[in-house]
Design a protein around this ligand. Structure first.
Ligand code: BGC
Length: 248
């Protein structure tokens, strides 16, 4: 079964067709710039564009960087405040003309990694971290997700984690790998102190450079590179859409 996944981020909106029985994209990921500001109507025009370029049938998955409770966006840390209270599935469904499933972007990325990627067949506590405009977190216990964890907003001695150690901050403050990873290590230490995970999975586009910084990373937990890096949100969104078909 091939389903459409959409992942909205601070700089780009990505779309892809994923074979949800094999966990891989069937063609190259498409990406369009995120409209600024990210008001719901503007985002949905881009989603509709992507969906026209990626024809598919069946439900689509729509991953977005907010808490999603009972289908509605509840926070707006890096997005337009107009999203709060929005039924994202209904809006996406209007834009693409088919049913849609709405979920948090880090949860989507984590679902993909647990099912087919770096967290596959891994018992215990696994924490997926996505480093991008913000820091996304998805926490799994024996493969089961605790949805909507928001530990990118953890208060650290230097301030809010995602204002200190996200990939955006690395770029904005022109931090080199060592400077950035020093901050990431502080964050991993705080997260480890709170959750004692067995494994951290590091994701987001920046994880494509994992080989450049892996030797600098430090944690008592095992640290794995995300398998799907920048594609994880799209693949996980498509997987969430597939899972919606199994629900009564
Ligand atoms: C948001 C999260 C999101 C993360 C990564 C944070 O600012 O609050 O919901 O998962 O960014 O995009």
């Amino acid at each position: 079964m091939i389903l459409l996944g959409i992942d909205v981020g601070g700089s780009s909106i990505k779309g892809g067709l994923a074979d949800v029985t094999r966990g891989e994209l069937t063609r190259e990921l498409l990406s369009l710039p995120t409209p600024q500001p990210w008001a719901p109507d503007a985002v949905m025009r881009t989603v509709a564009d992507l969906s026209r370029k990626l024809p598919a049938s069946g439900p689509a998955g729509f991953a977005f960087p907010t808490v999603v409770k009972r289908g509605r966006a509840r926070t707006a840390a890096n997005v337009d405040e107009g999203w709060i209270g929005i039924d994202g599935a209904a809006l996406a469904s209007d834009a693409i003309g088919r049913p849609a499933v709405f979920l948090n972007d880090a949860d989507a990325a984590g679902i993909a990694e647990i099912k087919w990627g770096a967290g596959r067949d891994t018992p215990g506590t696994v924490i997926m971290l996505t480093f991008g405009t913000g820091i996304g977190t998805a926490i799994f216990s024996d493969g089961r997700l605790l949805p909507n964890t928001e530990f990118g907003h953890l208060c650290m001695p230097a301030g809010e984690a995602e204002h200190y150690a996200s990939a955006r901050i690395k770029t904005e403050q022109s931090l080199d790998w060592q400077q950035w990873i020093d901050r990431v290590n502080e964050y991993l230490e705080q997260m480890h102190r709170l959750f004692w995970p067995d494994v951290f999975i590091l994701g987001g586009s920046v994880s494509e450079n994992f080989d450049e910084f892996r030797s600098l990373l430090q944690s008592p937990a095992e640290i794995r590179r995300a398998r799907f890096t920048a594609q994880a949100g799209v693949i996980g969104a498509a997987l969430a859409a597939a899972m919606s078909l199994d629900k009564p």
